[in-house]
Design a protein around this ligand. Structure first.
Ligand code: NAD
Ligand code: UD1
Length: 309
């Protein structure tokens, strides 16, 4: 195993900290760069001697350069993950969600670090899926600053690939869920909010009619794919969807949570969110072509693990 660390930006967050655990468990050294805006030190095994934590912002080019120096590869997860936060505050989220990527590209070029695994998003397709399984060639329609920043980040990573030898493995995650997804903000992922409120008996708000659908993917299954992308001899060209090609409506999600908990608190319906995507379901043929699919953690098993965490 290489002595050079893997840099995980956003490594104190939900997906990042699950990945850090897996990297440390298999013997890697890990460097985390995170500004702790959403992430927490409590998510990380800070006493592990193979973990180095750098508190700071990916919008700080000098700091990103120092963080990248000497690394074997990078997994770039740092971003404001909330679509709604980007609608409310496009200027500030752009610093994290786009400038951070550009700083990383430059730092990797400077230090000749090649492999970068990038967390793009199903949000780049907007509503162009029209309820069908969305393949990677579907026309892009970024409806929010979040989606525009992710798509622009993809284009810059590809440019640095062509021009400067970077090896970007670009994933378009659909909706990831599981332990450590922070439920404490109104901007948090829907499963983390619904499960926490249901457990605490607090009323649940559904934005819109609850018939909108998402393709939910358990975080441990995603981590397996991130490790494969780090290890692959060659990266898959273009971007690769990460989803199961399964559509679950918010109403179905609530029903499953209710079954697991033996009941639900009151559910109210509010206006839909601006820019909210109606239906999101991955065509995952490219994922199957380029990666070994993990054994699927079902939504029910993933919810049960989350409720017990
Ligand atoms: P998260 O908020 O738990 O993790 C993001 C981490 O990045 C946090 O620890 C946060 O503190 C850190 N961060 C934010 N801005 C930063 C900055 N400017 N500098 C340094 N650190 C910063 O969210 P997550 O769900 O783990 O998301 C990880 C990545 O995956 C994000 O890029 C997100 O856009 C992407 N993604 C997530 C999902 C999902 O369903 N969770 C789906 C598609 C894409
Ligand atoms: C999520 C991710 C985003 C990712 C995208 C990819 C988060 C916070 N967002 O966005 O990073 O790029 O998937 O598909 O991880 N909702 C409610 N009530 C609530 C909260 C949400 O009804 O209290 C609804 C929303 O309006 C939306 C659905 O639930 O219709 C999902 O919302 P959310 O979990 O925020 O995810 P996405 O917007 O799909």
């Amino acid at each position: 195993m290489s002595e050079q660390p893997i840099l995980v930006t956003g490594g104190a967050g939900f997906i990042g900290s699950n990945l850090v655990d897996a990297l440390l468990a298999r013997g890697n050294s890990v460097r985390v760069l995170d500004n702790l805006s959403m992430g927490k030190l409590a998510n990380l095994p800070m006493d592990n001697p193979r973990l180095t934590f750098i508190e700071g912002d990916v919008a700080d080019a000098g700091l990103v350069s120092r963080a990248v120096a000497g690394c074997a590869a990078v997994v770039h997860l740092a971003a404001v993950a909330s679509v709604q936060a980007s609608v409310d505050d496009p200027v500030s989220t752009h610093q994290s969600n786009f400038i951070g990527t550009l700083n990383l590209c430059e730092a990797m070029r400077e230090h000749a670090v090649r492999r970068v695994v990038f967390a793009s998003s199903a949000a780049v397709y907007g509503n162009n899926g029209e309820g069908q399984a969305i393949d990677e060639n579907t026309a892009k329609s970024p409806l929010t600053p979040y989606a525009a920043d992710k798509l622009a980040s993809e284009h810059y990573l590809q440019f640095y690939g062509r021009q400067h030898g970077l090896e970007p493995a670009i994933f378009r995650f659909f909706n990831i869920f599981g332990p450590r997804q922070d439920p404490s903000s109104p901007y948090s992922g829907v499963i983390s909010i619904f499960t926490q409120r249901a457990q605490q008996g607090l009323p649940i708000s559904v934005f819109g009619d609850g018939e909108q659908t998402r393709d939910f993917f358990f975080v441990a299954d995603l981590v397996e794919l991130l490790l494969q992308a780090l290890d692959a001899q060659q990266v898959a060209p273009g971007a690769v969807n990460v989803g199961w090609n399964e559509a679950v409506s918010l109403k179905q999600l609530l029903a499953q949570i209710g079954e697991l908990l033996g009941g639900l608190p009151a559910v109210t319906h509010l206006d839909g969110r601006p820019g909210d995507i109606r239906h999101s379901r991955a065509d995952n043929r490219r994922l199957i072509e380029h990666y070994r699919l993990p054994v699927q953690t079902s939504l029910r098993d993933g919810l049960a693990a989350l409720l017990n965490s």
